[in-house]
Design a protein around this ligand. Structure first.
Ligand SMILES: NC(=O)c1ccc[n+]([C@@H]2O[C@H](COP(=O)([O-])OP(=O)(O)OC[C@H]3O[C@@H](n4cnc5c(N)ncnc54)[C@H](OP(=O)(O)O)[C@@H]3O)[C@@H](O)[C@H]2O)c1
Length: 238
């Protein structure tokens, strides 16, 4: 543990956006990283982060995930200062076109994109320091729905609706902020050039853009209950 650094939690800090966020944040923060899968095989990458680290395996589809989160944090608790910020990154970017929706697929999406972030918030809030921030990764699609991912869009809009209510519930000690990014890491099969052309600023974003917003929100004691949209103007259309 680097005593000079504060502690951040990244729920979903192992792959793609979460992984890149861990790499960007590690020079300034000690990190608790969670993944849905066991961390075996990631030793070298974790070592390479060169910061204070703890890891947990939190799978949204595990039956007792809520109590598991609480128990893991209780176990870590004594050796761990309170978190300055906890970021819920995890979320499934599922393609589910209207007409082929089925209960199991929708319920799985709600579990990963809604129940899991809410349970993580409930488990982490008591372990945030005074003035600390709970941050949720949403999507700019809450303003401009993805036609082939309407359930995904709805799940993020529901999580966005949680932000003001949770902010009031946790004030004055804690703050709650949502982030609605546009594309910050192109998904496999997506056309980056086309996404850039569809954005007034003429480019897709980067995880660095997102990390800047997360650190701004964590460092802004007068900010709570807001959703910050970070998408180069994409949701405005051209
Ligand atoms: N990529 C973008 O440009 C972009 C834009 C806007 C919003 N976002 C949001 O940013 C977040 C990360 O995006 P991404 O592109 O990295 O997503 P991704 O590649 O689809 O990765 C999915 C993320 O969700 C976690 N996850 C999946 N199933 C899980 C489960 N059963 N239990 C717990 N965690 C589970 C994964 O954790 P493991 O790796 O541990 O499995 C991983 O962190 C998502 O919430 C997404 O909606 C991304």
């Amino acid at each position: 543990m680097d005593g000079e650094k504060d502690w951040w939690a990244l729920v979903g800090g192992r792959s793609r956006v979460g992984r890149r966020l861990a790499e960007i944040l590690a020079p300034r923060h000690n990190l608790l990283l969670t993944s849905a899968r066991p961390w075996a095989g990631e030793e070298a990458w974790l070592e390479g982060l060169s910061t204070g680290l703890r890891t947990c395996c939190w799978d949204a589809e595990a039956p007792e995930i809520g109590p598991t989160m609480m128990a893991d944090l209780d176990t870590l608790g004594p050796g761990l200062p309170k978190f300055a910020s906890a970021v819920v990154v995890a979320g499934d970017f599922a393609v589910q076109p209207f007409g082929v929706w089925e209960a199991a697929g929708l319920e799985r999406l709600w579990r990963i994109n809604l129940s899991f972030p809410m349970l993580a918030a409930q488990a982490l809030a008591p372990r945030l320091e005074a003035g600390g921030s709970l941050q949720f990764l949403l999507d700019a699609a809450i303003h401009r729905p993805f036609p082939s991912r309407l359930p995904y869009t709805a799940s993020k809009a529901a999580l966005a609706a949680l932000v003001p209510g949770l902010a009031k519930a946790l004030a004055p000690d804690l703050r709650v902020v949502g982030h609605a990014p546009g594309t910050v890491l192109v998904a496999p099969g997506e056309d980056e050039a086309a996404l850039a052309r569809a954005t007034p600023l003429g480019r897709v974003g980067s995880v660095e853009d997102l990390a800047r917003a997360l650190e701004y929100a964590a460092a802004s004691p007068y900010l709570t209950g807001e959703v910050l949209t970070l998408d180069g103007g994409w949701h405005l259309g051209l």
